[in-house]
Design a protein around this ligand. Structure first.
Ligand SMILES: [Zn+2]
Length: 246
């Protein structure tokens, strides 16, 4: 292909914009701020689960404690009734013996139940503390998550702004490149995934860093300035300048 030597130079500006755009795309894909948001979301999920677990524990202990307290009440009432009957003097000696035995056993039962209530109260305190810790952790994680999201959104907005600038510049440059040369550039860029042209600098293709030698070098040396040269290694259009070392 033949293309004006001066038009070929424009491809370097085009390639520079494409490099900038692909760097921005790469930065967007690998943004540490995005990973930080994902980490924060993961931490929030874990802490939310901790809160739910702690709340369930507190609720269960509450329920068990109420049941125990009801049992204590029942025992107390029964003992009070027995005591009343005993004090009334209306019971027969046999009934009195029975009542005394029952009172003793009720007292033991009440003692056991009260011990259990105390134990539940201790467990409840521990559970309350665990719940408070989980809630504090969750609140902190939510604040961290909001901050991380803000940082990520700022970074994405920055990338979007820069992308817009480079796309505009690329559009301007592309508008000045003759259509056949531009379409060759675009085709090669699609193949390389980055740029369609590279600077031939000190006999080296700046696209793939391969140095020219031998027949290729001498062919390029003798080539017409308006002939479009391609790197045999990466396929990029090689743009010659005074630094090309030819
Ligand atoms: Zn190359």
């Amino acid at each position: 292909m033949q293309a004006d030597h001066f038009d070929q130079q424009k491809l370097l500006a085009l390639a520079a914009e494409d490099v900038a755009l692909s760097q921005l795309a790469h930065r967007k894909r690998t943004l540490p701020e995005t990973a930080a948001v994902e980490d924060a979301e993961e931490a929030q999920r874990a802490l939310s689960a901790d809160v739910v677990r702690a709340e369930t524990e507190v609720r269960d202990l509450d329920r068990d404690q109420k049941r125990l307290e009801a049992d204590v009440d029942t025992v107390r009432q029964r003992a009070a009734r027995d005591q009343q009957r005993l004090d009334s003097g209306a019971a027969s000696p046999k009934e009195m013996t029975g009542l005394q035995h029952e009172l003793e056993s009720l007292a033991r039962r009440q003692g056991d139940l009260e011990d259990q209530v105390l134990e539940f109260m201790e467990r409840r305190e521990t559970a309350d503390a665990a719940l408070a810790t989980a809630q504090r952790g969750l609140t902190q994680a939510q604040a961290d998550g909001e901050r991380a999201t803000q940082l990520r959104d700022d970074a994405l907005a920055d990338i979007a702004d820069q992308t817009k600038v480079h796309e505009a510049t690329r559009g301007e440059v592309a508008g000045t490149v003759p259509a056949p040369l531009l379409s060759l550039y675009d085709r090669v860029a699609k193949q390389t995934g980055t740029t369609g042209a590279a600077h031939l600098h000190a006999r080296r293709c700046e696209g793939c860093r391969i140095e020219l030698y031998g027949n290729e070098l001498s062919a390029f040396r003798n080539a017409d300035p308006h002939t479009v040269l391609r790197c045999e290694n990466c396929g990029r259009i090689l743009v010659r300048t005074a630094d090309s070392g030819l």
